[in-house]
Design a binder for this molecule. Sequence first.
Ligand SMILES: NC(=O)c1ccc[n+]([C@@H]2O[C@H](COP(=O)([O-])OP(=O)(O)OC[C@H]3O[C@@H](n4cnc5c(N)ncnc54)[C@H](O)[C@@H]3O)[C@@H](O)[C@H]2O)c1
Ligand SMILES: O=c1ccn([C@@H]2O[C@H](COP(=O)(O)OP(=O)(O)O[C@H]3O[C@H](CO)[C@@H](O)[C@H](O)[C@H]3O)[C@@H](O)[C@H]2O)c(=O)[nH]1
Length: 454
Amino acid sequence: MKITIIGTGYVGLVTGACLAEIGNDVLCLDVDARKIAILEAGGVPIHEPGLEGVIARNRHAGRIRFTTDIEAAVAHGDIQFIAVGTPPDEDGSADLQYVLAAARNIGRTMSDFKVVVDKSTVPVGTAARVRDAIAAELRARGADVPFSVVSNPEFLKEGAAVEDFMRPDRIVLGCDDDANGRRALALMKQLYSPFNRNHERTMLMDVRSAEFTKYAANAMLATRISFMNELANLAERVGADIEAVRRGIGSDPRIGYSFLYAGCGYGGSCFPKDVQALVRTGDEHGHRLQILRAVEAVNDAQKQVLAQKITAHFGERLDDLSFAVWGLAFKPETDDMREAPSRVLVRALLQRGARVRAFDPVAVDEARRVFALDLTQEESARLDFCDSREAAADGADALVVLTEWKAFKSLDAADLKERLRRPVIFDGRNLYDPAVLAREGFDYFTIGRTHVDA
Ligand SMILES: NC(=O)c1ccc[n+]([C@@H]2O[C@H](COP(=O)([O-])OP(=O)(O)OC[C@H]3O[C@@H](n4cnc5c(N)ncnc54)[C@H](O)[C@@H]3O)[C@@H](O)[C@H]2O)c1
Ligand SMILES: O=c1ccn([C@@H]2O[C@H](COP(=O)(O)OP(=O)(O)O[C@H]3O[C@H](CO)[C@@H](O)[C@H](O)[C@H]3O)[C@@H](O)[C@H]2O)c(=O)[nH]1
C-alpha cells in the first residue's frame, strides 16, 4: 500500500520504517530539512535500537523515501499518518498547531480518497478538528474529495520502539461509522493484517474512545510509578526495602511486575506531557482529576529527591565538590533528553556550586544541546562530558546514577573506590546491592531501600 508519514520523529520514523519492512511503499515527510537531509544521506537522526538496519534495508529496496515536498507527500499515500509533535502548551494542554498544520496541508492539495490517521497523541475531539481543518481547505478551493479521519494512537516505548511496533500488544483503531469511515477501516485492517497473523490485535472503537485510550494508558502507567515513588520515600522512613515490596506486590497477577520501579522520577516526551494534558482536559470539562494532579506533583518532587539526599550528606553548598553522573537520557537505549531527571539534578548540583562530570553511552551530544539551553554560561563551565563511566568517576567526590543503562548494572566496587575521592553513591535507579556496597565501605543512598551504614 502507498503510505505517507507526516513527521519523521521517534514515532513517524519508526512507523514508516516498520510499515516499509512489511512491504509497503512509504514516503516520509518532515518540515525539518536537516532531518530529511540526514535520512536521505543514509543516516538516522535519532538513536533507536534496530532502526538504522530496518531503514537501510528498505531504502535499498526502494520501499522508504524521505522528502520535504508537502505536495508530493500528500499525493503519494492513500493513507496519511500524522505523527507530528503535540508538545504541552503554556497551560499544559496539548498544542495542536502541528497536527492542524499537517491536516491543512493535506486538504490543500489532496485529489483522491485519503485515510488521514492521527498517530500523534491528541486530546479527545481532535479527529473532529482535523476533519474540519481538511474540509475547510477543500471548501476553500471548491473541491469535493472524500476522506475519513481515523484515530490510531501509538503505544511504542523509546529504546524498544521497533520491537514494540513490530509486536504490538494491541492496535487501537477509532473509525467513524459512516461510508467513508467503513472504507477507511477496510484499508486500515488491510494495512495491519500482517500484525494479526497469530491472534487478532486490532481493537475497534469509536474515534473519541480511541483518543482517550492513549491518555488513559499513559496516565495509568505514570500513576503506578508515582505510587511506587511515594511508597519508596515512606519505605526509607520506616526501614523497609521498596525492592522487596515491589516483588511482594508484583507477584499478585492483579498487580503485575511491570512499571513498579521506584526511581528518580519519570521523564520522556510522553508521561509528563500526557498526564498534564489529561488534567487540563478534565479542567476544561469541569471535572477535576485529583489522582493525576497528585501523580504529577509526586513526580515533580521525586526529581528533587536525589539532590535532597546529596545536600543532606554534603551540606547545602557544594562548592569544591565534584560529582560523577552516570546516565543522562530519560531512560536507557535512547538519546532522548526530554524531561529527563538528569536535567533537574545536574542543574541543582551546578546551582549549588558543584562541578559535574557526566557520562552517557549515547545521549552526550543531545545533552550538550539541551544543557546549553538549560544552564547559564557560568554553570556550563563547571559541567564536563566524559568518554566513559570510569573517566567520569575519576577524582569525583561522589557518584550519582540516573539512568539504568545495562552497562552500569555490573559494578567493580573496588575499582570505583580507587577512582572516587570518597566512597559515596547516590543511586536513582536502585541498581546495586546495598549489602555488597556497605561491605566495600561505601555510603550508598538509594530510592527507598533501607540505608545500610558502612
Ligand atoms: N516518542 C514516543 O515514544 C511516542 C510514543 C507514542 C506516541 N507519541 C506521540 O507521537 C507524537 C510524535 O512524537 P515524537 O516523539 O515522534 O515527536 P518528535 O518531536 O520526535 O517528531 C515530530 C516531527 O514532526 C515534524 N513536524 C512538525 N510539524 C510538521 C508538519 N506540519 N509536517 C511535517 N512534519 C512536521 C517535526 O519536525 C519533527 O521531526 C506526539 O504526539 C507524541 O506524544 C510519542
Ligand atoms: O517502573 C518504571 C518504569 C518506567 N519509569 C520511568 O518512566 C519513564 C518512561 O519510561 P517508558 O514508559 O519506558 O518510556 P516512554 O518511551 O516514555 O514510553 C511511554 O510513553 C510512550 C509515549 O506515549 C508510550 O507509547 C509508551 O507506551 C509508554 O511506556 C522513564 O523516565 C522511566 O525511567 C520508572 O521510573 N519506573
